[in-house]
Design a protein around this ligand. Structure first.
Ligand SMILES: Cc1cc2nc3c(=O)[nH]c(=O)nc-3n(C[C@H](O)[C@H](O)[C@H](O)COP(=O)(O)OP(=O)(O)OC[C@H]3O[C@@H](n4cnc5c(N)ncnc54)[C@H](O)[C@@H]3O)c2cc1C
Length: 416
């Protein structure tokens, strides 16, 4: 992008130094604006760094149509932005930072080395060199009467005047990393409609017995299929893995269905998943194997020897199937193929990977400026959309950060 001389003395405050804010800052500085980036924490990009702990999933290499299908009801608002900056553009952008990427077997895209640290380090170096001024330990606490930005800093209060502002304050999960969701009341106080922040990509509570919890907490269920039918009759089915937690279940397979499960619990007070613990086996084959005479074998031994069900899978059968059914080969086979597990509630927002809800798109123009607050733009997870894990989150945070940055440049040019 060409440096614009006309924007050289226009100051832009970017508040929030996650992927969305950093991308907005990058676009703005390249466009010739004077950029100050503020963050309440003592360093920026903390959630991005934590995201890299289990392997940073940057984006997904599936066909575009399939990629876009993961954004559900918010696809139409996000599609134009993702068409400009989608998986391919994201990979090129990472390569430009000097980091190679690779596509995993599932189609997920990772940086070589899997970590966020090299990306963040290289990116921050580039932003510093380009002239972005970073101000950490600056918590934005609202606007002054004259429209200036009000910060609480380690050195006391600070008032900042800026020609435009990008808010990229994140959602409401993992508060200790800086995204506390406290901005909701600041924007609502200015009349901006914000959809309630809810847990997305989250675990769920299950009323485990004490025995099950103590024996199986932390145990993984691999290569299983979970299906779920909501009260409207929509069926969701996915294969993968999850783990048993002290309170219930979590993990990629549960996260993938978490939006539908959360919404069902919100409407009806409960959600029941059906677990297929032997997806490679037909019901008929299971019945046939389990109907063979058991002799002196216990049910647990027969399950292990005849159909390879053991450990936590056996524990789940004992947890949810009556003694009478366990002794009936037909019932036991059905339970292995479709064990009903009632979910009570999603885990709290703070524990979720991401948030649903945020500033509703009706409040924003196509440049992501809040219509009722000219010069104030929003980006990232604080907008009202959600997507499963798989790289869709970071891709959209970067894409919206870019659009907000470009939006500010266009708005400042028109308001010279
Ligand atoms: C454990 C974990 C693993 C994840 N793994 C992945 C993954 O592999 N792939 C993927 O796509 N996504 C992943 N995510 C999600 C992804 O990290 C987030 O969606 C993304 O970081 C959101 O970017 P953002 O810029 O909108 O907000 P954030 O990254 O949350 O940044 C917001 C920033 O705003 C600052 N801030 C907030 N309020 C104020 C205030 N009042 N004043 C000043 N500053 C403020 C915060 O300190 C923070 O630095 C993961 C998340 C978690 C928790």
């Amino acid at each position: 992008m060409m440096q614009s001389e006309s924007l050289q003395h226009r100051s832009v405050a970017v508040i929030g130094g996650g992927p969305a804010g950093l991308m907005a800052a990058e676009v703005l500085i390249r466009g010739g604006a004077c950029v100050d980036l503020y963050d309440s924490m003592s360093s920026v990009g903390r959630k991005l760094l934590v995201a890299g702990k289990g392997g940073l999933n940057l984006t997904h290499a599936e066909p575009r149509e399939q990629f876009l299908s993961h954004y559900g009801v918010h696809r139409s608002q996000l599609e134009p932005m993702l068409n400009q900056f989608g998986p391919e553009e994201l990979c090129n952008w990472v390569h430009d930072l000097g980091i190679e990427t690779f596509v995993g077997t599932s189609g997920r895209v990772f940086p070589v080395g899997m970590k966020s640290t090299p990306i963040l380090r290289s990116w921050l170096e580039r932003l510093h060199k380009a002239g972005v001024a970073f101000h950490v330990r600056h918590k934005w606490i609202g606007w002054c009467e004259d429209g200036s930005l009000h910060f609480d800093t380690s050195g006391g209060e600070r008032i900042v005047k800026a020609d435009a502002v990008v808010l990229a304050l994140g959602g409401g999960s993992w508060r200790r990393l800086g995204s506390t969701g406290e901005w909701v009341s600041l924007l609502a106080g200015r009349g901006v409609t914000v959809a309630r922040l809810k847990p997305s990509n989250c675990g769920f509570d299950i009323a485990w017995s004490e025995h099950f919890r103590t024996h199986f907490e932390g145990k993984p269920l691999k290569s299983v299929t979970v299906s779920f039918t909501n009260s409207k009759g929509d069926v969701f089915r996915k294969k993968g893995e999850f783990i048993v937690t002290m309170n219930g279940v979590e993990g990629s397979l549960i996260y993938a269905l978490s939006a539908q499960l959360r919404d069902e619990i919100e409407v009806t007070g409960k959600a029941i998943i059906k677990l297929d613990m032997a997806p490679g086996w037909s019901l008929q084959r299971l019945k046939e194997r389990l109907s063979r005479p058991r002799g002196s074998l216990s049910i647990a031994s027969q399950l292990r020897k005849a159909v390879h069900i053991q450990g936590v899978k056996t524990g789940l059968l004992w947890e949810f199937v009556s003694k009478q059914q366990l002794n009936d080969p037909e019932c036991l086979a059905v339970a292995i193929k479709e064990l009903s597990i009632p979910l009570i509630a999603p885990r709290p927002l703070d524990e979720a990977i991401s948030s649903a809800g945020g500033v509703v798109f009706e409040e924003l123009d196509e440049r992501l400026m809040i219509r009722s607050l000219p010069g104030v733009f929003c980006a990232g997870e604080m907008l009202d959309w959600e997507a499963p894990t798989g790289g869709y989150l970071i891709t959209t945070c970067l894409a919206t950060g870019r659009v907000a940055g470009l939006g500010v440049l266009a708005w400042l040019s028109n308001n010279n």
